[in-house]
Design a protein around this ligand. Sequence first.
Ligand SMILES: N[C@@H](CCC(=O)N[C@@H](CS)C(=O)NCC(=O)O)C(=O)O
Ligand SMILES: [Fe+2]
Length: 357
Amino acid sequence: MLIFRQLADPVSSTYTYLLGDFESGDAILIDPVYDQVLRDAALVDELDLWLKWTIDTHVHADHVTGAWLLKNRVRSRIAFSKASGADGADRLLEQGDRIAFGDRFLEVRATPGHTNGCITLVLDDRRMAFTGDCVLIRGCGRTDFQQGDPRALFRSVHEQVFTLPEECILYPGHDYRGLTATSVAEEKRYNPRLREGIGEEDFAGYMNNLGLPHPKQIEVAVPANLHCGRPEANREEPMVQTWAPLTLTFAGIHELHPVYLEECFSCVQIVDVREAVEWSGPLGHIESAKFIPLAELAKRAGELDREKPIVTVCRSGARSAQAVVILQRLGFAQVANLAGGMIRWRASGLHAVGARD
Ligand SMILES: N[C@@H](CCC(=O)N[C@@H](CS)C(=O)NCC(=O)O)C(=O)O
Ligand SMILES: [Fe+2]
């Protein structure tokens, strides 16, 4: 069974695609975004997948790729097209190459034009293709920088994309209106630049007069992407809290496992957000915890030390996740939820004051 997710980066309107093989757990991310790496890694983890490869469809001009950061964090390997000129990849891709994940694979098609190193990735059964910025929904990638060439793009579309089955679903690298997918048949009929009947000359004329401003991030993105997204020495990792071995859920909450909390008792403030009856109930409470019911948290936040990391606790980990959200809204930067709450704390055999078994 194929696992498939389309993920959006709202800042750059970029789509990232997760493809996984359910049986083996092998997965691929196409076009990960640097600032979304923790989100994407959380999803891979929650779906019980193992990230084997990241593949960039091209050297992006509008965002930094997450390829290098993912390699660092989860040991995925980096694939980039040979023609892109990027250095630091584990595999350089060329026309006809296959990248396997479990029993499935993606076929590489060279589709230069937006940049000279653009590729389109076609799923083994040809039901899906990931066109990067070659074919966009009722549009296509611009051709006015990074060795862009409208005539090359025209040929790429007609020879490599429009030759796929009519029903093949095309997933673009961006959409600026929030549209998600299209098909070969639709684009052949309705793409205002590329539909049947439009010739290479017409297309070049159209593309040479787009008059778009350069992407805002181009000066940062292109040099970083030519090194597969390896940051300058002083560039910070996104949303990383380093005070404990935290994990981030796909829901966006930082969590701490009970065993790690026990190890860093002295350096954190523990806030128990349950009701009074629960605080003195059979699950007991953690010895050094401060008791502030969730409904009072916002108005009593002044009782907490802003310099010291906070771990929130409740019965199951649900209300304390909301406590994390509330504290972050109030400007607390170092906050995490105790995963599984007092139930998991007790199930892990850890001490609780007043607990009755
Ligand atoms: N406003 C965006 C522009 C992004 C842009 O130029 N995107 C390129 C792809 S990297 C493109 O081909 N856009 C086609 C279009 O806008 O029609 C930004 O600053 O990032
Ligand atoms: Fe692009």
